[in-house]
Design a binder for this molecule. Sequence first.
Ligand SMILES: [Zn+2]
Length: 484
Amino acid sequence: MNARSRALGVLDSRAGDLIALGDLIWGFAETGFMETRSASALASFLEAEGFALERGVAGIASAFVASYGSGSPVIALLGEYDALPGLSQEKARYAKQEAVPGAPGHGCGHNLLGVGSLGAALAVKEALSALGLPGTVRYYGCPGEERGSGKTFMVRAGAFADVDLAFTWHPGEINTVLQARSLANLSVYFRFLGKASHAASAPFLGRSALDAVELMNVGANFLREHIIPEARLHYAISDPGGRAPNVVQDRAEVHYFCRAPRVSQAREIYERLLDVARGAALMTGTVLEPRFSEGLSDYLPNRALGELLQACLEESGRPAFSDADRELAARFRQTLTKAELGSALAQLRLGRGAEAARRLELDPLDEGISPLFPGEAMLPGSTDVGDVSQVVPTGQVITACTAFGTVPHSWQFTAQAASSIGHAGMLAAAKVLALASVDALSDPLLVERARAEHRERTGGAYECPIPPEINPEREYGSGVDAVT
Ligand SMILES: [Zn+2]
């Protein structure tokens, strides 16, 4: 039996263990940087399989690296396992019903993501001994994707310094290789300090920090017209400064995201936004305290790895859905709005043509595969896989883990992330990543092609979007916010 079929054999024989592990993490549903039980379950599983463990990577308790083998090439498989606040939902139930009221839930399917990549690592370990070639497979346990930019901190700490290639995947509604860029993102809090006073009897003695927040937002609204159209500037008032209208607010805070296709563009917009904030402080007689929170780079796809993943996806990436899965998916499909389905169909039409869109108007599950996108699409969101892709050639695949049209970060996604639909998508992704890794291990030219392409595009330059004084420990707990 050759190395590739041994790898696939592992995934067939261990499917039950992997599904159980995915469901266990789904049940933990821990949010970014708090995923200690999830990380420990994944790390212990790999340790028991003979992987060497390094815990607490980059100073983050729930980050780890598990390695097997020796020498190069070094192949990284990225896993995530953080959940989203407020998205608790009963397993496989096609009506909105929280499993634990107010609790987090796996509305982005990162329980599947973490275990799918782990399955691939397990399969590659088996293939390595069959190949009899040097090579290392590493599973990267990456915390805080939804909030906290875990991978950015891991990249900054040098955790990927000797890696040749990285592969990852994401649960989705279709089967496709991700040949798209994402937006860089900088997250900054603007805190204003004023002076409290009685708002009726002595307003002239007060200086309102809330006024400063409002003026800053007005300024930002005008700024928005004069930044590049691909950029996105959005905010939330993270501290309105109190609830009493009769007290002049002596403190208030607004939280901004500056997104743009490149980190340098996001930085430039941030500098201009900082001027707006300074102006607001000047106008209101308040003091500005900006606090950089986190940041991440844009995702750089790699065509050589995209082509490799496409071939592996076409070989074994179609999830093996049963009739029961199709029935369940049809139930979830009924919970989607017309707009949700319409938007999914419009996107599919672009990527796969009218015929495929017509089919998925009727079929609840994607059982086809998108052709490799000829250029590079632009995703309006952001991901910390971006930072890995800036330092290591990275390939990423998406497999159908939900009914077609299911929106990420929704109760429907949480429900399906622990259903037989999600399980099938996870096992398919594990096979694709395993095959691509085995091919890379046995073909030095392929590795070199991907690396040469990466060198040419980046020039070997990487500047971390997070300033050196920001450290991940500070990010634990309630001060962390979503950036993806
Ligand atoms: Zn996600």
